[in-house]
Write a protein that binds this ligand. Structure first.
Ligand SMILES: NC(=O)c1ccc[n+]([C@@H]2O[C@H](COP(=O)([O-])OP(=O)(O)OC[C@H]3O[C@@H](n4cnc5c(N)ncnc54)[C@H](OP(=O)(O)O)[C@@H]3O)[C@@H](O)[C@H]2O)c1
Length: 338
């Protein structure tokens, strides 16, 4: 396993982070434990979850994923960097959602209880909340850190402008700044290269890339027939994934990626994860699994970095998934910061 340091923190994390949104939905507790054990045994020390997981059928089971992790973690706590998120709707109650002070303070206590820990290493906003002033949210997150309930804070699914603006507010008010961002980033979704990754590079933010396999599409297993049992076939996430990636153009690109992988003697999954990790602005790729053996291809990607020629071929093949008009900071993403 390779490790990197998240931003200017003391968190030394594996370049693969284990995503857990399948736990309690696609995987029962025993299979979830098997995935956690496999990841931990292979040196993955970074776990990402959220209060709203599992992905599931509806909101009736929110919190189950954190509870599964809480039962597993036990004596491993000091060896794991634990990240969770808040802000999503946890029920139909309008007070039970968002990034208000009230909801953040309630959410963090509930997460700590389910996770069976005294603190999380990273507490993230799952997405922006346009109804709460950002200073209120940042003050609440600051309180969470000062009270010892989280070590650092981060955000997910924010635009470059909203990240920059939040960093400005936390600096001006001497509040805990975001040290990480969590964004969708893979061969079929390269928008982040346009301005979010350059911003992260400029501010030395840690970057966690989610959906590195496009929810499984980049394994190649869907190109001839969409699987009905997994991510694309089942639950409240299935339609999101079909809308996001299940289009002729993307399927054609995946076919080409599979063919490149065959020529290179590797799997499309390994190639896709290796491509994400080749962008050194990305600290960790958050890989998901519905069975423990699925982690093998992602683990292989860490041991077999992409050669520059293959990286160039993949860059050209998927260039259309990167917006053509760059905006925002002028630095190049994809180059290592010191
Ligand atoms: N911040 C956010 O808004 C956000 C959004 C999404 C995800 N995330 C985080 O990122 C994590 C990872 O996201 P993701 O699960 O979408 O990542 P992903 O790695 O793109 O997709 C994982 C899925 O691909 C399939 N798969 C993986 N390896 C495979 C293999 N070797 N062979 C065949 N199928 C394979 C499995 O689905 P099937 O077996 O069902 O086909 C697996 O659940 C999540 O768990 C969560 O922690 C965050």
């Amino acid at each position: 396993m390779q490790y990197t340091t998240l931003s200017n923190t003391d968190l030394r994390v594996s370049r693969l982070c284990l995503g857990t949104m399948t736990f309690g939905f696609q995987t029962d507790e025993a299979e979830s434990n098997a995935i956690l054990d496999k990841a931990f045994d292979e040196g993955i020390n970074f776990i990402d979850t959220a209060n709203v997981y599992p992905l599931g059928e509806d909101l009736s089971r929110v919190g189950v994923t954190e509870s599964i992790i809480g039962k597993w973690i036990g004596g491993r706590r000091d060896k794991v960097v634990l990240a969770t998120k808040c802000g999503s709707a946890m029920s139909s109650d309008p007070l039970d959602r968002g990034s208000s002070r009230r909801h953040i303070l309630k959410s963090v206590d509930a997460s700590l209880k389910r996770l069976n820990v005294e603190y999380v290493d990273l507490y993230q906003l799952h997405h922006p909340d346009h109804e709460t002033p950002i200073h209120e949210t940042l003050e609440a997150l600051d309180e969470v850190v000062r009270s010892g309930r989280a070590r650092y804070v981060g955000c997910s699914n924010f635009t470059a402008d909203s990240i920059a603006s939040a960093l400005g507010v936390s600096a001006a008010r001497e509040l805990q700044p975001f040290v990480t961002i969590q964004q969708r980033y893979n061969l079929l979704a390269r928008e982040a290269e346009n301005n979010v990754l350059p911003l992260a590079e400029d501010h030395a933010l840690g970057v966690m890339s989610y959906n590195p396999l496009a929810g499984g599409l980049l394994t190649g297993k869907h190109i001839d027939q969409m699987q009905t049992e997994g991510r694309y076939g089942k639950g409240r996430g299935a339609q999101i994934y079909r809308d996001r990636y299940w289009h002729d153009g993307q399927l054609e690109t995946v076919r080409d990626i599979v063919s490149l992988a065959n020529q290179a003697g590797t799997s499309a999954s390994s190639l896709a994860v290796a491509w994400v990790l080749a962008n050194l602005t990305v600290s960790s790729a958050i890989v998901g699994a519905s069975k423990s053996h699925q982690l093998a291809d992602s683990l292989a990607a860490v041991d077999a970095p992409l050669n520059p020629e293959l990286k160039n071929q993949l860059d050209s093949l998927t260039d259309r998934y990167r917006p053509t008009v760059p905006s925002g900071p002028l630095t190049e993403s994809g180059q290592k910061r010191s």
